[in-house]
Write a protein that binds this ligand. Sequence first.
Ligand code: WTA
Length: 622
Amino acid sequence: MEHPDTLDNLLHEERVFRPLPQMIIEAGINPHDLNAAKEFAASNPEGYWEEAADELGWFKKWDKVLDETDAPFYRWYTGARCNIVYNALDRHIETVNKNRLALIWEGEPGDQKQFTYYDLYRAVNRFSNALRSLGVGKGDHVVLYMPQLPETVVSMLACARIGAVHSLVFSGFSARLLRERIKEIQPKVVITADGFYRNGQVVRLKEEVDRALIDNPADSLESVVVVHRANVEVVMDSSRDYWYADLVRHEKTQAAAEIMDANDPLFLLYTSGTTGKSKGIVHNHGGYMVGVHRTFNMVFDLKPTDIFWCSADPGWITGHSYMVYGPLLAGTTTVMYEGHALYPQADRLWHIISKYGVTIFYTSPTQIRTLMRFGPKYPNQHDLSSLRILGAVGEPFNPEAWIWLHKNIGRGQCPVLDTWWQTEAGMIMISPTPVSVLKPGSVTKPLPGIEADVVDSCGEPVPAGKGGLLVIRRPWPGMMSSVYKDNELIRKHYWGRIPGMFYAGDVARKDEDGYFWIQGRADDVLNISGHRIGTAELESALTGHPDVAEAVVIGVPDKIKGQVAKAFVTLNHGVSPSDDLSRALKEHIQRELGPVVIVKSIEFKDELPKTSSGKIERSSLC
Ligand code: WTA
């Protein structure tokens, strides 16, 4: 691969990085195979996705690969019976994978745990039995408010094994948001931890759950399961709360996997969207399993010797698809780290890579921008020679950070795969593979079976080099199956904004070579450090403060986080602007939405610009 000597013309988009010959020789899928797959998928999409499904185990095969009769409510693998956990665990127990490491976990203080596939299988079975004894069964909802712990993976898989629908709420979100989710989802069980370690501090998670459950937001809720992690004192309500360890202690290590319809829900995950409120995106057992399995293997070109580390949090879709389900479906080893990247110093990630011999590292541009501030000193102190592939997701990857990663972490030898997808997509959609020709800042081209394009608001393709809306022209198996309690959004919004095409909500352009460059969201969703946050959620939190009359929030560019939130606020009569009030409002937002939700600056205004119909004119503030 071409090796840049200087970091000069970083923003020149014509830089091209060709795969090293060795990478092509060793590739399971070489450029010829990839092109053949693209051609086959273009001429026979259902045949392509049928082949992908045939690589997995099914209790009963499908009657139809894709049912379009109720389009745009597409259904994949109709009539099929399966369970994603059967494919992620049971299948491997029958092979040499049985004693292979499935999960390597490291806590922030430095403690470690490792699970072979057989260990994980037994742990999941035990907890499946425990959940069943708490009365949880097929179709019941379970909310997980969990940090990065082995029990988080076990809980997700145990729910799926017994047919319950899991819903993770990111552990950096507040009690208020958790309460909203619990109210809407009406779970039978909430699973949490006493606390966890983050940047040298203990975050007391169970306390947040107790706050969220004040005055009983869900009549459905029968039990709260608490994982003992941080040794903090917690109040246990004897009528409702159970320690995880007590529940599993006497459970059997055998538990039958529930036979699910391919279109039964697996999980729901909330994400910010164009409409004000967050929405629960639903993925199901069959299509999601096929999409994640095929893309994980293809994009990362898995080898039996790989150790895979996705440094996302399980509370987001990346954690679901490529920290938990993808690696386990593929039978590889997945790494999980509980804590902060800068704790105890800025080499923690490099230390973990060298300690466990990580071969594939899937990260985010924000994480790289945060670490590159410290220069090459820290990576140089560690042996990173095990790495063979680097990947990123979640936000536009500026060429400067891309090249820093390529040079300082990848030794100029590891391809950097910038992968585009989203919660709704379930799986990687536009991405290079290790044998692609790379251009820093571009997500390259759609994977086989994905027909992506850049169009104007009428659906007409825009010429090369021009910005437009990113759309997907055909359904794909990993796509969301529904929107929880708001399914009309599929017809009205996702496949309705531009009739007949899936509207991704992103602005992009295609260059003369057909490479895609993602520019950012087309709607009022901010992308702060790769996390989707709706401006409407921030605005409603601000107007919930007694001193605030009106608020509007916009995203402004930031060198590290990609984007940060800036608020414009008018105050109630008699209240004067001050630095103290600005600080109080920032704290108010964190209390309302969670410690991860940071508003960088607040500007007080006498009035906000309005259109003639009285709507706030957001664009004039940008
Ligand atoms: C953005 C994360 C540029 C995009 C998997 C998308 C990206 C949103 C990239 C989805 C990328 C994701 N380059 N932007 N490689 N990947 N995005 O649902 O705006 O948390 O719509 O899913 O992140 O965020 P979500």
